[in-house]
Design a protein around this ligand. Structure first.
Ligand code: NDP
Ligand code: BG6
Length: 500
């Protein structure tokens, strides 16, 4: 069977090759270019787009950081995660677009020199294009540097004759108050429509797909409400601990690390009503409305855990890491029940669950339907729609069928759309490639708006403060296990989830 073309099925509004088509002279400055994110995600994503001719034709990429590096060292660093079998010529062509600039993050002279570098490189770009120019400032930096860099940019580099875009990485603050301070400071320098707050989950294929599944298929949307849905679970599991990042993680914990951002973003897309259009502001309005209808999460509705060494002792516990305080109460596992108090969802419990050092890698959304009313069949299991975001992109519906053959028994089966099988000739891009392309296209749909951020912190801040103030002890669970004892029972008891 052939894959349907976008002409047959319609397409999302944001023309994916818009930047390349318009051919606008573009400069991307990556701050923190010596760092981990730049090496593992930002530059590989840029290269991915370059290989597919999706970057603007007139382009300059400048890596900026304090570390002194020769051009060769810089090139070696940024290509280190391009993979084994890349085309060397393609890499060489890409590197011609890239240069490195060493400077401090709070020194005006360094930023003035950066401006000169940008201008010199723009002059060298092939003539032509629309006359318009785009400057993208990508902060692959620790958050403590965001305001310094944004201030220097505004004072010494910002050019109001071109389109300026500031890309910020999470974490955006530590709680509601600090997030508001950060938003205010950045907001006094850059307009909201110039700011792109990255939550990389919004760039993942299956997360982007939720909107399409829901609003392009009549049979999903028709039963997407409290009349048919019993409960929804959004689960994030990682099979590794905080190895090497314990010190960083201890300041945040699993709630700040993935729940307040990635999981709440996913929830808001699953729960939103249909936006008026695919325009970024319409989409973000609908997501914000969902968040506004969620009450702050209570400790009573929450279970916290922290991993200890694996049973066989081969994997260390969280507190075995020397960078983690021995009396740390930071949760590495959490699950909480919340409600979206609107007409569509009233009475439907949502569970968000996240943990490190668990038994498997998995991110999925599990929507469990209600029992079949007036059923012909006794003791029917429930239908479920599962959207698996990772590691295996898939959508499947747990469906009851007659056992094949002469039997008249019922059996649970699946209508299964596993992407690897159905779209085996399509490579799914990393979330960062998708998001960088959106930045180049000026499309904010998959970036977090300041009011969404505010709501997300409002929902979690009282719980976070209570945990810290009362030093709530997390329950222990073994590295590689399914979480603290009672974790699954908690979900069954609290939301009426029935195993299928
Ligand atoms: P790094 O710790 O690698 O920092 C990036 C660069 O910033 C460093 O190379 C260093 O460059 C500079 N830097 C580091 N610490 C300081 C400091 N205290 N003061 C001034 N400059 C400093 O960070 P990552 O690349 O891991 O992350 C960057 C951002 O992306 C963060 O906001 C992070 O939360 C976010 N993020 C990272 C992910 C990842 O996979 N790494 C995933 C998701 C988000 P130099 O000294 O040369 O100037
Ligand atoms: C990051 C968190 O935002 O997301 C990490 O800080 C987590 O702790 C990561 O491991 C998960 O992202 P992905 O894309 O690997 O699922």
């Amino acid at each position: 069977m052939s894959t349907p073309s976008s002409a047959q099925t319609g397409s999302l509004a944001c023309g994916l090759d818009q930047a390349a088509k318009e051919d606008v002279p573009t400069t991307i400055v990556v701050f923190g270019a010596s760092g981990d994110l730049a090496k593992k995600k930002t530059f590989p994503a840029l290269f991915h787009l370059f290989q597919r001719s999706l970057l603007p034709k007139r382009l300059s990429i400048i890596g900026y950081a304090r570390t002194h590096m020769s051009p060769e060292e810089f090139h070696k660093r940024v290509t280190s995660h391009f993979g084994e079998d890349v085309d060397k010529k393609s890499v060489a062509n890409f590197l011609q677009l890239c240069t490195y600039f060493s400077g401090k993050y709070d020194v005006a002279d360094d930023f003035r020199s950066l401006r000169k570098e940008i201008e010199d490189r723009e002059k060298k770009m092939k003539p032509g294009g629309s006359g318009n120019r785009v400057h993208v400032y990508y902060m692959a930096l620790p958050p403590s540097m965001f305001v310094d860099v944004a201030t220097q940019l505004k004072n010494n580099v910002y050019d109001d004759s071109c389109t300026n875009r500031l890309v910020i990485e999470k974490p955006f603050g530590h709680d509601l108050k600090s997030s508001r301070v950060l938003s205010k400071e950045i907001g006094s320098l850059f307009e909201e429509n110039e700011i792109f707050r990255i939550d990389h989950y919004l760039g993942k294929e299956m997360v982007k797909n939720i909107l399409t599944l829901r609003f392009a298929n009549v049979f999903y949307e028709a039963v997407w409400n409290r009349h048919y849905i019993s409960n929804v679970q959004i689960t994030f599991k990682e099979p590794f601990g905080t190895e090497g990042r314990g010190g960083y993680f201890d300041e945040f914990g699993i709630i700040r690390d993935v729940m307040q951002n990635h999981m709440l973003q996913v929830l808001s897309i699953v729960a939103m009503t249909q936006p008026q259009s695919l325009d970024a502001e319409d989409v973000r309005d609908r997501k914000t409305e969902v968040l506004q209808r969620i009450l702050p999460i209570q400790l009573e509705d929450t279970m916290l855990g922290q991993y200890v060494a694996s049973i066989d002792g081969s994997k260390p516990g969280y507190k075995d890491d020397d960078t983690v305080p021995k009396d740390s109460i930071t949760p590495t596992f959490a699950q909480c029940v919340l409600h979206v108090d609107n007409d569509r969802w009233r009475g439907v419990p949502w569970v968000i669950k996240a943990g490190k050092a668990l038994n498997e890698a998995k991110m999925l959304i599990r929507i469990q339907y209600k029992d079949m009313p007036n059923s012909l069949f006794p003791n029917l299991a429930r239908n479920e729609l599962v959207i698996q975001v990772s590691p295996k992109e898939s959508v499947y519906i747990k469906t009851i069928v007659k056992e094949p053959g002469l039997s008249t028994n019922l059996a649970m089966s699946e209508l299964d759309l596993t992407y690897k099988t159905r779209y085996h000739d399509i490579s799914i891009p990393d979330a960062y490639a998708t998001l960088i392309l959106d930045v180049l296209n000026g499309d904010h749909s998959d970036f977090v708006r300041s009011d969404e951020l505010d709501e997300a912190w409002r929902i979690f801040t009282p719980l976070l403060h209570k945990i810290e103030r009362e030093r709530v002890e997390p329950l222990p669970y073994e590295y590689g296990s399914r979480g603290p004892e009672g974790a699954y029972q908690f979900v069954e008891d609290r939301v009426g989830y029935k195993r299928t």
